[in-house]
Design a protein around this ligand. Structure first.
Ligand code: ASP
Length: 323
């Protein structure tokens, strides 16, 4: 009997300790892994979100860039991290395309992660080095077709959004181009501005300042219609019917993260998205805030599930594999 009571007390003690631990969450810095190089578009959004969520959680969220292999190295690292709320992943559409692009992947997007919520949807722009000759998107496509052996396409590695966009472009044009992978489109942008690579497709969260500053030549947007920030740029779909790609971002925790921590992260993500500084920055950079039902764990999971199903046949048709 005495033994039974002390076991119950121990169990109760454990509950008290666990509740105490949660009540204190976060009691140390939270790491947000960005699976691309610093200074790129995923990094830019992650850092703004980290700051706004830090205010909500009264803690610090530190961005850690774990680059390589189109975002799959960083995602794999978080898949194997402890589910304690102190390691998170901020990723993009690559989470839904990597399972089709890689024959072997060391993580399972739907099983190894708990989505916290979707944050923004970001259109892409087709940009080129400043000395690129064609005057508009139509002429650029003619120029690419005529010079396909000479033109190269920068991207952030197989599985990245720039890789996907380039794949769709080559597929729509029935043309194969040389691709040049970087650890993120931050470094790729430096090469493009310097004229060391020719063309790139990248999120407006990276390209807006460089386009407006005249550092690169912009030809088209990848959204269905025109963008308010770039009324002069046509949608690429006007010349390549059906061409459309947008880059959504979701914040994830590794599997095993307790439900109360996931709930706390979800509500702080929703509050951070409403932060006037965050919202204004996203608007300036052409990013669209996700609807509230997707800023939830369930809504983000449903979105990821349908995006995996959407891209699989497209990637299979393009016969694109990483290995
Ligand atoms: N924009 C990149 C991509 O193409 C990633 C990045 O550097 O954020 O996926």
């Amino acid at each position: 009997m005495i033994r039974k009571i002390s076991m119950l007390a121990a169990a109760a003690g454990f509950v008290v300790a666990a509740t105490g631990a949660f009540a204190a969450y976060p009691d140390k810095p939270i790491s947000i892994v960005v699976p691309f190089a610093a200074g790129g578009p995923t990094d830019v959004v992650a850092r703004s979100l980290a700051q706004a969520m830090g205010t909500q959680l009264k803690g610090s969220l530190i961005v850690e860039n774990v680059n390589g292999a189109g975002g799959t190295i960083g995602a794999g690292k978080v898949a194997r991290a402890p589910g304690d709320g102190y390691t998170l992943l901020f990723h993009h559409i690559g989470m839904s395309t990597a399972p089709s692009l890689y024959r072997k992947l060391d993580f399972k997007p739907l099983e190894d992660f708990i989505p916290i919520g979707a944050v923004v949807d970001v259109p892409m722009t087709i940009i080129a080095k400043p000395t690129m000759a064609p005057a508009n998107a139509k002429d650029l496509l003619v120029f690419i077709r005529a010079n396909k052996e000479k033109i190269n396409l920068a991207n952030a590695g197989v599985g990245s959004a720039s890789h996907l966009c380039g794949l769709l472009l080559q597929n729509a044009m029935k043309t194969e181009l040389t691709t040049v992978p970087f650890t993120g489109t931050g470094p790729a942008m430096i090469a493009l501005i310097g004229g060391n690579v020719d063309i790139m497709c990248d999120q407006t969260t990276n390209t807006t300042g460089h386009i407006k500053g005249g550092k690169v030549k912009a030809y088209a947007v990848t959204s269905k219609g025109k963008l308010a920030n770039f009324p002069e740029l046509p949608p690429l779909g006007a010349d390549l019917p059906g061409f459309e790609v947008g880059v959504w971002h979701i914040l994830y925790a590794p599997k095993g993260t307790p439900a109360d921590i996931v709930a706390k992260l979800q509500s702080s993500l929703q509050a951070a998205i409403k932060d006037p500084g965050f919202a204004a920055k996203m608007k300036d950079l052409g990013a669209e805030i996700m609807p509230l039902d997707r800023q939830t764990s369930a809504g983000a999971k449903a979105m990821l599930t349908s995006e995996i199903a959407k891209w699989a046949p497209i990637i299979q048709a393009a016969k694109a594999y990483a290995d």
